[in-house]
Ligand binder design. Structure first.
Ligand code: ADP
Length: 336
């Protein structure tokens, strides 16, 4: 009878779940996506059918998993969660699909990283709610068709462009999630502060929102770090001031624009090591000690959105704004 349950989720994980909005009405920001999706779900409910398959794309942390869970909750359906890299064999996929209950939501994260045979099996499943399981090898192999219950596939990918056309075409509703406006992040932070029991003074949510890289996951993470800092330095339970929040975020090396260490390393490499570019993705990734995928899907989208980085066919180029942000003088334009 140990007082510590070894199987308990770590506290931050449990908090993470509490922070996830459970209904479309609680989902902040992305007004267009949320209106359109609301309509898809309402129509499906009225017709008593399963909603069309949904494809969600956008950088990590913008709410793709949250939306998949909301779809299931709004339809009163269970949800099954898996990811492209976890499904290497078509058989893995067949096992999941054939065990779904009618109306279940199947959330497939990183859908662009699935193997080709699994992808082809998914086409048939999405269209005809059927899979062909191949038994045997060589000339004696036979395909046994298995019916699967109607389900809603919610696919998530960091970029819709990574998906083959035939797969993309099989989704009835496609939504591109954008980085959040500061006002939406502020409202997410205010809600989250209530959930985790931190009192924020006026203006503190704005300070944290401004440094959250347009991303709710980061907003929630920064809020927790601010809570830690306030507890240790001002453990008096008073509302956390904007100044305390800024001091906490400085300590965690999140700069006033929200750039973190990886973002700055990427900018620094392009400007200083590669003279402003162009530099290819893999060279850039090696020079900052990261996977190309992380540089491309985590760091770059926000740097491009800030107008710091341009992706060109010849490679990545730093803009004058990037040089200025690093406190450096941009090189004179060529030919001047
Ligand atoms: P993704 O699947 O796109 O990587 P998640 O759905 O896991 O992102 O979202 C990351 C975190 O951000 C979640 O824990 C959730 O609490 C929060 N979050 C995301 N979108 C919203 C939103 N629109 N409103 C409130 N919280 C959100």
């Amino acid at each position: 009878n140990s007082p510590v349950d070894p199987w308990a989720e770590p506290p931050e994980k449990a908090e993470e779940a509490a922070l996830r909005p459970g209904a479309l009405a609680e989902f902040r920001g992305q007004p267009r996506v949320s209106d359109q999706l609301g309509l898809v779900l309402e129509a499906a409910r009225a017709r008593q059918t399963t909603p069309d398959h949904v494809l969600l794309s956008g950088p990590p942390g913008l709410g793709k998993t949250t939306l998949a869970m909301i779809i299931a909750a709004e339809m009163g359906s269970p949800i099954r969660i898996s990811s492209g890299p976890a499904i290497q064999h078509a058989g893995d996929l067949a096992a999941i699909l054939s065990s779904l209950v009618p109306g279940e939501v199947f959330f497939l994260d990183e859908i662009h990283r699935m193997s080709k045979p699994a992808e082809e099996m998914l086409y048939l499943a999405m269209e005809d709610f059927r899979v062909d399981v191949v038994v045997g090898k060589g000339p004696g192999a036979t395909a046994i068709p298995i019916d699967i219950p109607p389900f809603t596939l919610v696919g998530a990918t960091t970029r819709a462009g990574l998906l083959p056309g035939p797969l993309r075409d099989r989704f009835g509703f496609t939504a591109q999630l954008e980085f959040y406006d500061p006002a939406d992040l502020e409202s997410i932070i205010t809600r989250s502060a209530g959930v985790i029991g931190v009192t924020l003074a006026r203006g503190t949510a704005t300070t944290i929102a401004g440094r959250s890289r347009g991303t709710p996951r980061i907003a929630n993470r920064l809020l927790r770090r601010v809570r830690d800092y306030a507890q240790v330095h001002h453990g008096d339970g008073k509302p956390v001031s904007p100044r305390t929040a800024a001091a906490a975020l400085d300590l965690y090396e999140v700069d006033p624009l929200g750039l973190d260490r990886l973002d700055r390393a990427v900018l620094d490499a392009v400007c200083v090591k590669f003279g402003g570019g162009p530099v290819g993705l893999s060279t850039l990734a090696i020079s900052v000690g990261e996977e190309p995928q992380t540089v491309e899907e985590v760091a770059e989208p926000f740097l491009v959105r800030l107008g710091f980085l341009m992706r060109t066919p010849r490679g990545r180029i730093a803009t004058d704004r990037a040089w200025n942000h690093l406190g450096l003088t941009p090189p004179a334009p060529q030919g001047a």
